[in-house]
Design a binder for this molecule. Structure first.
Ligand code: SAH
Length: 216
């Protein structure tokens, strides 16, 4: 078997694993099929890019498990005209998937090392509807607000107030909440004319949402 067919086969298994774990939305599956996870995992773990597990990236952070990325993306119910904010760029993998589904995506991370690496991949992929900033995303992005959708990929104890405030009426935010070293819950917050509706989706485990900028 040559290298090409091995890779194609791995990608088929990858999509099969996503479906078997509940990622069934056709647009989400297509966006994930277009986004080669191997571009976002470097070093020792590169050959495990198609396995359904979180993997270490720089700055002590992780690229999320693909099935969790799929389930979170699906829970966001993104429309093609949406403006989306992601807090926690990390490797940039989730941001690129979002860029295939939305009109415009903003993504922020508190580590500039991660941001530089992610920007290189965004450039290599020629993604034009994605803007990345080094910033503390718990304050959101007031200059670009409000957003149709917000995705947070690090766990806070509660949904940060500024992010709730920057969600449009009718907008949806998906985020993990809970103590960083225990099991957290993925929740979906929907903003209505009168307030916020909260739904618990599933247990998850994410790195913590931290305040301020990282040292590197
Ligand atoms: N979505 C990423 C995985 C993110 S891991 C991917 O697809 O690879 C969580 C990320 O959240 C880490 O990179 C971490 O630096 C970032 N983070 C934690 N607290 C943050 C904050 N307050 N503002 C912005 N980013 C934050």
């Amino acid at each position: 078997m040559n290298a090409m067919s091995t890779r194609a086969e791995l990608q088929m298994q990858f999509l099969f694993a996503l479906r078997s774990k509940g990622v069934t939305d056709a647009r989400v599956l297509t966006a994930m099929e277009k986004t080669d996870r191997a571009m976002f995992v470097t070093g020792h773990f590169a050959d495990r890019a198609y396995e359904d597990m979180p993997l270490p990236i720089a700055c002590g952070q992780t690229i999320s498990q693909p099935s969790v990325v799929g389930l979170m993306t699906q829970a966001l119910q993104i429309n093609p005209r949406d403006k989306v904010l992601e807090v926690g760029t990390g490797s940039g993998y989730q941001a690129v998937i979002l860029s295939h589904l939305a009109r415009r995506v903003y993504t922020v991370d508190r580590h500039k090392t991660l941001m530089n690496e992610a920007r290189n991949v965004f450039q290599a992929l020629d993604i034009t509807n994605l803007t990345a900033f080094t910033a503390d995303g718990s304050h959101g992005l007031p200059d670009q607000a409000p957003f149709d959708r917000i995705l947070v990929t690090a766990a806070a104890e509660d949904p940060p107030g500024p992010l709730l405030a920057q969600l449009k009426v009718g907008g949806i935010m998906v985020l993990p909440v809970g103590q960083s070293d225990s099991v957290q819950t993925l929740i979906r917050v929907t903003r209505s004319e009168t307030g916020f509706e909260y739904e618990e989706l599933r247990p998850v485990r994410f790195v913590p949402l931290l305040e301020g900028l990282g040292k590197d």
